[in-house]
Design a protein around this ligand. Sequence first.
Ligand SMILES: Nc1nc2c(c(=O)[nH]1)N[C@H]1C(S)=C(S)[C@@H](COP(=O)(O)O)O[C@H]1N2
Ligand SMILES: [Mo]
Length: 344
Amino acid sequence: MVATAPLTRRFRRSLRRAGRRTNLAILLLLAGELLTGGLLFAAGTPAPATAARIAHGLVGVGLVVLVPWKTAIIWRASRLQVASIVLLVLVLTCLVSGFVEVFGGYGVLLGLSPIQVHVGAALVLVFFLVVHAARHWPVSLRRSDLSRRRLLVTGTFTLGAGAVYGAAELTGRLTRSPAASRLSTGSHALAPADIPATIWLFDRVPDLDPAVHRVDVSGRPLGRDDLEALGGPVRARLDCTSGWYADATWTGVALSDLLDPDALAGARSVEVRSVTGYSRRFPPAEASRLWLATGLEGTRLDAGQGAPVRLVAPGRRGFWWVKWVASVTLSDVPAAATPPFPLQ
Ligand SMILES: Nc1nc2c(c(=O)[nH]1)N[C@H]1C(S)=C(S)[C@@H](COP(=O)(O)O)O[C@H]1N2
Ligand SMILES: [Mo]
């Protein structure tokens, strides 16, 4: 006990002094969370998603580590503004839903998944963060903020956050919580039968008659029966940004088997467009790895899954898997000239 006494005393003193620098750190960490969270949402493939996911987790743990200091600051405040309290509740909602997502696994409560709560709270948070920061502006910076001593403290803090992050990962594994079996992108496994009908943002499920609907494949109208006749089994991993993934066998035909090879070689992108207007552009070289699918696990797609025809794009995250395909078009527009993700 004797040996630890100075440490606890120093900790208490540091809590008493908590103030400007803690607030500044929290502001920076929150900005970091919005940035890495946005990147995680926009990452179209697993590798950048994994990097963003780890950064997002680390910065989140950094916020948790600062809780004692921020609590001391709030405790001392003479009065609390309503907007500040709302902001506090939103930050806590984000932290809690983030932990539930990682350690609790994918689930839906009252129609909402943990990630929906997380992202929803984060978007509202931006407004209250701006109000709160504006009220306390300007955040003064001092030369001493960059002193050796300060950098040392910041370094220690970063190491501490890293250690807590590592301990959390380890605990997840040792307790065999859902955190242990998730993908590097953070997604939890679902059986193919449990794949939820997923809308990216504001799209709608259209009512299409499979007997009548035709997909315009570079000028060639193809119905469900035509595509079924050409289709074969395709194993693919659908990894959605809303916290789940599923390995399943789809029935599909590769775009490269439907498009003229010369025309394909001359194009700069392949645009796959839904009847709803939702659309994505792909590099032509990927056409052999993009499939027009009509079935899932031996049965025809249902409306929510994109019937009669949807795209299967292994290696790309769920929002590239355009449902209710209306057309596949070769175009001169570069594949990169597409927004990072659809806005509908
Ligand atoms: N037209 C259209 N296609 C879409 C979407 C959408 O909202 N509209 N959602 C995408 C997202 S985010 C995912 S994860 C997959 C989900 O496919 P599922 O509904 O079969 O799970 O479809 C993708 N294709
Ligand atoms: Mo998704």
